[in-house]
Design a protein around this ligand. Structure first.
Ligand code: T6T
Length: 316
Protein backbone atom coordinates (compact mmCIF):
# COMPACT_ATOMS: atom_id res chain seq x y z
CA UNK A 1 0.00 0.00 0.00
CA UNK A 2 2.82 2.33 0.96
CA UNK A 3 4.56 1.67 -2.35
CA UNK A 4 1.35 2.44 -4.24
CA UNK A 5 0.87 5.60 -2.22
CA UNK A 6 4.41 6.69 -3.06
CA UNK A 7 3.84 5.93 -6.73
CA UNK A 8 0.59 7.92 -6.76
CA UNK A 9 2.26 10.78 -4.94
CA UNK A 10 5.02 10.67 -7.53
CA UNK A 11 2.48 10.75 -10.33
CA UNK A 12 0.64 13.64 -8.73
CA UNK A 13 3.93 15.46 -8.28
CA UNK A 14 4.70 14.79 -11.91
CA UNK A 15 1.28 16.09 -12.91
CA UNK A 16 1.51 18.99 -10.47
CA UNK A 17 2.45 21.22 -13.35
CA UNK A 18 -0.54 20.35 -15.43
CA UNK A 19 -2.92 20.73 -12.48
CA UNK A 20 -1.58 24.21 -11.77
CA UNK A 21 -1.19 24.88 -15.48
CA UNK A 22 -4.87 24.45 -16.01
CA UNK A 23 -5.37 27.06 -13.29
CA UNK A 24 -4.61 30.73 -13.68
CA UNK A 25 -1.25 32.34 -13.05
CA UNK A 26 -0.78 33.78 -9.58
CA UNK A 27 -0.28 37.38 -10.61
CA UNK A 28 0.96 38.37 -7.15
CA UNK A 29 3.78 35.84 -7.25
CA UNK A 30 7.26 36.61 -8.62
CA UNK A 31 10.18 34.21 -8.92
CA UNK A 32 13.81 35.32 -9.10
CA UNK A 33 16.14 32.89 -10.89
CA UNK A 34 19.75 34.08 -10.36
CA UNK A 35 22.78 32.76 -12.24
CA UNK A 36 24.14 30.82 -9.26
CA UNK A 37 23.26 30.21 -5.60
CA UNK A 38 25.08 31.64 -2.56
CA UNK A 39 27.06 34.32 -4.34
CA UNK A 40 27.22 37.90 -3.00
CA UNK A 41 26.27 39.58 -6.31
CA UNK A 42 23.03 37.60 -6.55
CA UNK A 43 22.38 37.70 -2.80
CA UNK A 44 22.50 41.51 -3.00
CA UNK A 45 20.18 41.39 -6.01
CA UNK A 46 17.78 39.16 -4.09
CA UNK A 47 17.80 41.54 -1.08
CA UNK A 48 16.84 44.48 -3.32
CA UNK A 49 14.15 42.46 -5.08
CA UNK A 50 12.67 41.09 -1.84
CA UNK A 51 12.34 44.53 -0.22
CA UNK A 52 10.68 45.98 -3.29
CA UNK A 53 8.31 43.02 -3.72
CA UNK A 54 7.19 43.38 -0.11
CA UNK A 55 6.66 47.10 -0.58
CA UNK A 56 4.52 46.56 -3.69
CA UNK A 57 2.48 43.68 -2.24
CA UNK A 58 4.06 40.77 -4.14
CA UNK A 59 5.65 37.56 -2.91
CA UNK A 60 9.10 36.73 -4.27
CA UNK A 61 10.64 33.25 -4.26
CA UNK A 62 14.25 32.68 -5.28
CA UNK A 63 15.39 29.49 -7.01
CA UNK A 64 19.03 29.34 -8.06
CA UNK A 65 21.19 26.68 -9.73
CA UNK A 66 24.12 25.26 -7.74
CA UNK A 67 26.50 26.30 -10.53
CA UNK A 68 26.48 29.01 -13.18
CA UNK A 69 25.44 26.62 -15.92
CA UNK A 70 22.59 26.52 -18.44
CA UNK A 71 22.12 22.77 -17.98
CA UNK A 72 21.37 23.38 -14.28
CA UNK A 73 19.34 26.56 -14.76
CA UNK A 74 17.08 25.05 -17.44
CA UNK A 75 15.26 22.54 -15.15
CA UNK A 76 14.69 25.34 -12.63
CA UNK A 77 12.94 27.41 -15.29
CA UNK A 78 10.88 24.42 -16.37
CA UNK A 79 9.82 23.72 -12.78
CA UNK A 80 8.91 27.36 -12.18
CA UNK A 81 6.75 27.45 -15.34
CA UNK A 82 4.67 24.57 -13.91
CA UNK A 83 3.87 26.71 -10.87
CA UNK A 84 2.65 29.62 -12.98
CA UNK A 85 3.94 32.70 -11.20
CA UNK A 86 2.92 36.05 -12.64
CA UNK A 87 6.50 36.94 -13.60
CA UNK A 88 10.04 35.65 -13.50
CA UNK A 89 13.12 37.77 -13.02
CA UNK A 90 15.95 35.79 -14.54
CA UNK A 91 19.71 36.15 -15.07
CA UNK A 92 20.24 33.84 -18.08
CA UNK A 93 23.46 31.85 -17.67
CA UNK A 94 23.95 31.66 -21.43
CA UNK A 95 22.86 34.14 -24.10
CA UNK A 96 21.70 31.38 -26.49
CA UNK A 97 21.31 28.16 -24.53
CA UNK A 98 18.70 29.67 -22.18
CA UNK A 99 16.52 31.07 -24.99
CA UNK A 100 14.35 27.98 -25.41
CA UNK A 101 13.33 27.42 -21.74
CA UNK A 102 12.79 31.14 -21.19
CA UNK A 103 10.66 31.37 -24.33
CA UNK A 104 8.54 28.52 -22.92
CA UNK A 105 7.89 30.69 -19.87
CA UNK A 106 6.86 33.57 -22.10
CA UNK A 107 4.60 31.28 -24.14
CA UNK A 108 2.97 30.08 -20.89
CA UNK A 109 1.90 33.69 -20.24
CA UNK A 110 4.57 34.46 -17.62
CA UNK A 111 6.08 37.95 -17.82
CA UNK A 112 9.84 37.68 -18.32
CA UNK A 113 12.26 40.28 -16.95
CA UNK A 114 16.03 39.92 -17.42
CA UNK A 115 18.23 40.95 -14.52
CA UNK A 116 21.98 41.42 -15.14
CA UNK A 117 22.63 38.99 -18.01
CA UNK A 118 20.45 38.85 -21.14
CA UNK A 119 19.54 36.61 -24.04
CA UNK A 120 20.81 37.39 -27.50
CA UNK A 121 17.20 37.19 -28.73
CA UNK A 122 15.73 40.46 -27.49
CA UNK A 123 12.14 39.50 -28.35
CA UNK A 124 11.60 37.25 -25.32
CA UNK A 125 12.01 39.49 -22.27
CA UNK A 126 9.84 42.56 -21.68
CA UNK A 127 12.59 44.42 -19.87
CA UNK A 128 16.33 44.05 -19.15
CA UNK A 129 18.03 45.70 -16.20
CA UNK A 130 21.84 45.72 -16.09
CA UNK A 131 25.03 47.74 -15.77
CA UNK A 132 26.45 49.20 -18.98
CA UNK A 133 28.93 46.36 -19.29
CA UNK A 134 30.77 47.60 -22.40
CA UNK A 135 31.37 50.87 -20.59
CA UNK A 136 32.45 48.89 -17.51
CA UNK A 137 35.11 47.13 -19.58
CA UNK A 138 36.26 50.47 -20.98
CA UNK A 139 36.46 51.92 -17.47
CA UNK A 140 38.49 48.89 -16.38
CA UNK A 141 40.96 49.46 -19.24
CA UNK A 142 41.34 53.14 -18.36
CA UNK A 143 41.82 52.31 -14.69
CA UNK A 144 44.38 49.57 -15.41
CA UNK A 145 46.21 51.85 -17.87
CA UNK A 146 46.79 54.39 -15.10
CA UNK A 147 48.00 51.68 -12.72
CA UNK A 148 50.57 50.23 -15.16
CA UNK A 149 51.76 53.57 -16.56
CA UNK A 150 50.03 52.88 -19.89
CA UNK A 151 52.46 50.15 -20.94
CA UNK A 152 53.15 46.43 -20.81
CA UNK A 153 51.26 43.22 -21.36
CA UNK A 154 47.91 42.55 -19.72
CA UNK A 155 45.67 39.52 -19.36
CA UNK A 156 41.87 39.28 -19.36
CA UNK A 157 40.30 36.56 -17.21
CA UNK A 158 36.70 35.89 -18.21
CA UNK A 159 34.12 33.48 -16.78
CA UNK A 160 32.32 31.39 -19.41
CA UNK A 161 31.93 32.24 -23.09
CA UNK A 162 28.29 33.08 -23.79
CA UNK A 163 27.76 35.10 -20.60
CA UNK A 164 26.40 38.34 -22.07
CA UNK A 165 27.74 40.67 -19.37
CA UNK A 166 31.30 39.43 -19.04
CA UNK A 167 31.67 39.02 -22.83
CA UNK A 168 30.68 42.70 -23.15
CA UNK A 169 33.15 43.71 -20.43
CA UNK A 170 36.01 41.86 -22.17
CA UNK A 171 35.03 43.46 -25.49
CA UNK A 172 34.84 46.96 -23.98
CA UNK A 173 38.27 46.42 -22.40
CA UNK A 174 39.94 45.18 -25.60
CA UNK A 175 38.36 47.94 -27.73
CA UNK A 176 39.52 50.64 -25.33
CA UNK A 177 43.10 49.28 -25.35
CA UNK A 178 43.16 49.25 -29.14
CA UNK A 179 41.65 52.71 -29.43
CA UNK A 180 43.58 54.64 -26.80
CA UNK A 181 46.42 52.66 -25.19
CA UNK A 182 48.96 51.67 -27.88
CA UNK A 183 51.64 50.96 -25.27
CA UNK A 184 49.60 48.15 -23.76
CA UNK A 185 49.38 44.68 -25.29
CA UNK A 186 46.59 42.27 -24.47
CA UNK A 187 47.62 38.64 -24.09
CA UNK A 188 43.99 37.82 -24.83
CA UNK A 189 41.06 36.35 -22.93
CA UNK A 190 41.18 33.16 -20.86
CA UNK A 191 38.11 31.50 -19.32
CA UNK A 192 37.87 30.23 -15.74
CA UNK A 193 34.47 28.48 -15.97
CA UNK A 194 33.35 30.84 -13.18
CA UNK A 195 35.67 29.05 -10.74
CA UNK A 196 38.09 31.14 -8.64
CA UNK A 197 40.54 28.22 -8.44
CA UNK A 198 40.75 28.08 -12.24
CA UNK A 199 41.44 31.82 -12.38
CA UNK A 200 44.32 31.30 -9.92
CA UNK A 201 45.77 28.55 -12.16
CA UNK A 202 45.45 30.81 -15.23
CA UNK A 203 47.49 33.46 -13.42
CA UNK A 204 50.18 30.92 -12.43
CA UNK A 205 50.49 29.62 -16.00
CA UNK A 206 50.50 33.11 -17.52
CA UNK A 207 53.24 34.30 -15.16
CA UNK A 208 55.38 31.29 -16.11
CA UNK A 209 55.12 32.25 -19.79
CA UNK A 210 55.14 36.04 -19.28
CA UNK A 211 57.08 36.96 -16.13
CA UNK A 212 56.82 40.63 -17.11
CA UNK A 213 53.00 40.60 -16.94
CA UNK A 214 51.96 44.14 -15.95
CA UNK A 215 48.27 43.82 -15.26
CA UNK A 216 45.11 41.75 -15.14
CA UNK A 217 41.50 42.61 -15.88
CA UNK A 218 39.31 40.11 -14.03
CA UNK A 219 35.81 40.39 -15.51
CA UNK A 220 33.82 39.20 -12.49
CA UNK A 221 33.86 38.07 -8.89
CA UNK A 222 35.27 34.56 -9.43
CA UNK A 223 37.99 35.80 -11.80
CA UNK A 224 39.03 38.61 -9.45
CA UNK A 225 39.01 36.50 -6.30
CA UNK A 226 41.07 33.83 -8.11
CA UNK A 227 43.48 36.34 -9.67
CA UNK A 228 44.33 37.66 -6.21
CA UNK A 229 45.01 34.12 -4.98
CA UNK A 230 47.17 33.36 -8.05
CA UNK A 231 49.31 36.45 -7.49
CA UNK A 232 49.63 35.72 -3.78
CA UNK A 233 50.80 32.17 -4.58
CA UNK A 234 53.34 33.50 -7.09
CA UNK A 235 54.65 36.18 -4.72
CA UNK A 236 53.76 38.87 -7.27
CA UNK A 237 51.36 40.90 -5.14
CA UNK A 238 51.43 44.58 -6.00
CA UNK A 239 53.87 43.94 -8.86
CA UNK A 240 51.07 42.84 -11.20
CA UNK A 241 48.15 45.29 -10.99
CA UNK A 242 44.62 43.95 -10.87
CA UNK A 243 41.36 45.62 -11.80
CA UNK A 244 38.45 43.37 -10.94
CA UNK A 245 34.73 43.61 -11.55
CA UNK A 246 32.33 43.29 -8.54
CA UNK A 247 32.73 43.91 -4.82
CA UNK A 248 32.26 40.72 -2.77
CA UNK A 249 33.45 40.74 0.86
CA UNK A 250 36.64 38.91 -0.22
CA UNK A 251 37.24 41.36 -3.07
CA UNK A 252 36.80 44.30 -0.70
CA UNK A 253 39.31 42.68 1.67
CA UNK A 254 41.74 42.20 -1.26
CA UNK A 255 41.34 45.89 -2.15
CA UNK A 256 41.80 46.95 1.43
CA UNK A 257 45.06 45.02 1.84
CA UNK A 258 46.45 46.08 -1.55
CA UNK A 259 46.19 42.68 -3.28
CA UNK A 260 44.03 44.26 -5.98
CA UNK A 261 44.15 47.91 -6.94
CA UNK A 262 40.64 48.67 -8.20
CA UNK A 263 37.14 47.19 -8.32
CA UNK A 264 34.39 48.13 -10.73
CA UNK A 265 31.41 47.73 -8.41
CA UNK A 266 27.91 47.26 -9.76
CA UNK A 267 24.61 47.92 -8.01
CA UNK A 268 22.94 44.49 -7.84
CA UNK A 269 20.44 45.59 -5.17
CA UNK A 270 19.12 48.21 -7.57
CA UNK A 271 19.02 45.68 -10.43
CA UNK A 272 16.76 43.49 -8.25
CA UNK A 273 14.59 46.40 -7.14
CA UNK A 274 14.09 47.71 -10.66
CA UNK A 275 13.43 44.18 -11.91
CA UNK A 276 10.52 43.92 -9.48
CA UNK A 277 9.26 47.37 -10.53
CA UNK A 278 9.20 46.29 -14.19
CA UNK A 279 7.55 42.95 -13.38
CA UNK A 280 4.87 44.75 -11.37
CA UNK A 281 4.31 47.27 -14.18
CA UNK A 282 3.91 44.44 -16.70
CA UNK A 283 1.44 42.60 -14.45
CA UNK A 284 -0.56 45.74 -13.74
CA UNK A 285 -0.80 46.77 -17.41
CA UNK A 286 1.40 49.82 -16.93
CA UNK A 287 4.17 50.91 -19.33
CA UNK A 288 7.33 48.81 -19.17
CA UNK A 289 10.82 50.12 -19.98
CA UNK A 290 12.71 47.79 -22.36
CA UNK A 291 16.25 48.61 -21.20
CA UNK A 292 17.36 50.07 -17.88
CA UNK A 293 20.98 50.78 -16.96
CA UNK A 294 21.98 50.77 -13.32
CA UNK A 295 25.03 52.53 -11.94
CA UNK A 296 28.57 51.32 -11.55
CA UNK A 297 31.68 52.82 -9.98
CA UNK A 298 35.47 52.32 -9.96
CA UNK A 299 36.54 51.88 -6.33
CA UNK A 300 40.19 52.17 -5.28
CA UNK A 301 41.87 51.96 -1.90
CA UNK A 302 41.60 55.74 -1.58
CA UNK A 303 37.87 56.10 -2.10
CA UNK A 304 36.68 52.80 -0.61
CA UNK A 305 35.41 54.15 2.69
CA UNK A 306 33.22 56.69 0.89
CA UNK A 307 31.68 54.00 -1.30
CA UNK A 308 30.84 51.19 1.09
CA UNK A 309 27.21 51.28 -0.06
CA UNK A 310 28.47 49.48 -3.18
CA UNK A 311 29.93 46.55 -1.23
CA UNK A 312 27.97 43.34 -1.84
CA UNK A 313 26.15 41.47 0.92
CA UNK A 314 26.47 37.84 1.93
CA UNK A 315 23.03 37.96 3.55
CA UNK A 316 20.10 40.38 3.56
O1 T6T B 1 29.62 39.98 -12.32
C1 T6T B 1 28.45 39.41 -11.84
C2 T6T B 1 27.42 39.44 -12.92
O2 T6T B 1 27.23 40.77 -13.37
C3 T6T B 1 27.86 38.56 -14.09
O3 T6T B 1 26.87 38.53 -15.05
C4 T6T B 1 28.20 37.17 -13.64
O4 T6T B 1 29.11 37.21 -12.59
C5 T6T B 1 28.69 37.97 -11.44
O5 T6T B 1 27.54 37.39 -10.92
C6 T6T B 1 29.73 37.89 -10.35
O6 T6T B 1 30.02 36.57 -10.05
Amino acid sequence: VAAVAVAVAGLLAGCGGSVTNSGKADTKKLVLIPGVANEPFYISMQCGAQDEAKKLGYTLDTQAPAQFDASLQTPIVTGVIANKPGAILIAPTHAQAMASPIKQAKDAGIKVIEVDTALQDTSIALSSIASDNVKGGQLAAQTLAKLVGDKGSVLVINTKAGTSTTDQRAQGFEDELKASHPGMTSLGVQYNNNEAAQAASIVTATLAAHPDLAGIFATNLSSAEGAATGLRNAGKLGQVKVVGFDASPKQVQDLSDGTVQALIAQNPGDIGKQGVDQAAAALEGKPVTRNIQTDMIAITHDNMSANDQYFYKSKC
